[in-house]
Design a protein around this ligand. Structure first.
Ligand code: SF4
Length: 346
């Protein structure tokens, strides 16, 4: 598909699709911007990705050494947005060397030619990281942006690099089961017919560690396509639905930005005994909703200062808790001078 086709088509990006596939209610709330999704980790990630993209662009279009790439990463991190700069510096400090090495040298240690950079996030024209694919004519077009796609010695293999700037650890199981990488691999297979294997390499920048390489094979394209089609069908069915279904799960709900408006949070508490499992889910949703509300309250406080309602105040003046002392056993301080005297006493 050309960029012009994508601009006029009904399009959905990978992240939206993945959110709908996890829970249509969350997917719709996020897509329609009814909830706040901005968070410190997201902002740090966006800035760190931008800094890396600038370094890749310099390597791909010029003659920049490994040392030069490292320098670009360091200075880029230092000059990043002031509100997140310390975290961006911290997440890229250790990994700058790894990124410079993987860009400047091939796996066999030979210097890499800039033309090996096939696509990257922030790249332009046919080097843009943005890929599009229309798996079925009656469903929206899928788009996704890869961080870095590198050529290898063989046309049949491509190396896909992804930067993870958060604190989540990715092992080979997490990578191989990830919707994101099945999605990217399917798109690469569709756009590069000669490619049979996508080697996925996830760099966890904060830990300066690379997850084990996971090979996504064209032989499994049918599986990847079925998974994507299933997500696309869910998206297509529920994106305009007045009451999209909720698919609660403790792990998902605890991190859900839509927990504050989720119908799961308003279940009648008197029904707890009828369905304790659902009650437990409700507890998880309410916990997440509390976190979301506190984040909103902090943002309001930052802009407007302390505020009050119904005998409550939100701000920095919360009295410190003081525990009333209770009788207990404790060690007494020994007076060493007195101890010495007592030894001399006959
Ligand atoms: S809190 Fe859970 S059930 Fe509710 S929208 Fe979020 S993920 Fe879905």
């Amino acid at each position: 598909m050309t960029d012009q086709d994508t601009a006029t088509a009904d399009v959905v990006d990978r992240s939206t699709l993945e959110t709908y596939a996890a829970c249509p209610c969350q997917g719709q709330a996020v897509e329609q911007r009814r909830v706040m999704t901005a968070s410190a980790p997201t902002e740090i990630g966006t800035e760190a990705h931008r800094v890396i993209a600038v370094a890749i662009a310099a390597f791909a279009t010029g003659d920049v050494s490994a040392e030069g790439i490292r320098e670009l990463l360091h200075t880029g991190a230092q000059k990043s947005r002031p509100d997140v700069q310390p975290e961006v510096v911290s997440t890229l400090r250790g990994s700058a060397h790894m990124i410079s090495q993987l860009l400047a040298f091939r796996e066999d240690g030979e210097p890499r030619h800039p033309n090996d950079v096939m696509r990257f996030d922030g790249g332009e024209g046919n080097r843009s990281g943005q890929l599009a694919w229309e798996p079925r004519l009656d469903l929206p077009v899928c788009t996704g942006a890869v961080d870095l796609l590198l050529a290898t010695e063989s046309e049949a293999e491509l190396d896909l690099y992804d930067w993870k700037t958060g604190r989540t650890w990715f092992n080979s199981t997490a990578v191989s089961q990830s919707f994101q990488f099945a999605f990217y691999s399917a798109m690469i297979f569709e756009n590069y017919p000669e490619c049979d294997t996508v080697n996925v390499r996830v760099l966890m920048t904060r830990f300066s560690a690379m997850a084990p390489v996971v090979r996504f094979a064209r032989a499994k394209l049918e599986d990847y396509t079925a998974r994507i089609l299933s997500a696309l069908t869910i998206y297509d069915e529920h994106r305009d639905s007045p009451r999209p279904p909720t698919w609660p799960h403790t792990a998902k709900c605890q991190l859900c930005p839509a927990s504050g408006i989720c119908p799961e949070a308003t279940r009648d508490v008197r029904d707890f005994a009828d369905d304790p499992a659902a009650g437990l889910q409700q507890l998880a949703v309410l916990g997440a909703a509390t976190k979301t509300l506190k984040a909103a309250a902090r943002a309001y406080w930052k802009a407007n200062g302390e505020f009050r309602a119904a005998g409550l105040e939100f701000g920095m003046n919360k009295p410190a808790k003081k525990r009333a002392p209770v009788p207990d056993m404790y060690a007494i301080a020994i007076d060493t001078d007195q101890g010495a005297d007592s030894c001399d006493t006959p």
